[in-house]
Write a protein that binds this ligand. Sequence first.
Ligand code: G1P
Length: 271
Amino acid sequence: MIKQAIIPLAGLGTRLLPLTSVFAKELLPINGKPGIEYILDECIDAGIEEVVFIISKKKLMIKNYFYKDSFYKKIIKKKKDPRVIKEYKKILKYKKMIKFVYQNKPLGTGDAVLKTKKYIKDKFFLMLLPDDLIIKHNCSKSMMRIHNRHKSSIMASMNVSRKTVSRWGIYKLGKKINKTNYFVNDVIEKPSASKAPSNKAVIGRYILPKTIFSKLSKQKPGKGGEIHITDAIQSLIKENEKFIAHNFAGKYLDCGSMQGYINSTVEISKI
Ligand code: G1P
């Protein structure tokens, strides 16, 4: 059973400027609730017990959000507002399960993952990218089920338009397991349309093996000079580590772009 998850949160969020000039994008409200809480709720519902947040000094606001105990206590003492009491209990529950590590230089998702090395206890762990919200279906939970059956690494996946392949990690299909799960033969970070092996994109949910840390510690910078998790996954695949692409059932919302962020509020308010 996978009990630990990691969430990279050190990104600058430039696609959401000007909001991110003073605000952490993961705290921006989506239908009245910070985006990060949707991600945490997905983890809790999937049975995760500990979450490692990778933040930076610039994003200490995220840690502060979970550490406002004296403020809550003062308000609760004064007003006894049941809504505030409920919210405080929820924040306390999150706080208990979160650990913080720091990535002060934006060197890429692979580098962020490497920062969590000393905290990961089991053979496999879950990673969620907070820009990617998946609603109506718990994608992490479905991936855990597949992991339990196959004991392998998993990546969430969906078909994207050929025109947008250079925005994603794109993989080459291997053997079919069933209608929604395939083995992955190759994965390439943000390929050009001519180099893309398919239009199948990796979406921000991964079940990764602990062995990825040794790959990451040797990983050279790739696209855009960053250390990509995708490149470390490709190295593992080449050494015969099994990776399954899982076509998830929920609806994908890209909260990292302004249009996607606005749309996510509209979509979630409909549920
Ligand atoms: C990251 C990954 C990419 C993946 C994408 C999903 O890219 O590097 O492989 O397809 O998340 O959202 P980023 O969004 O950080 O550019």
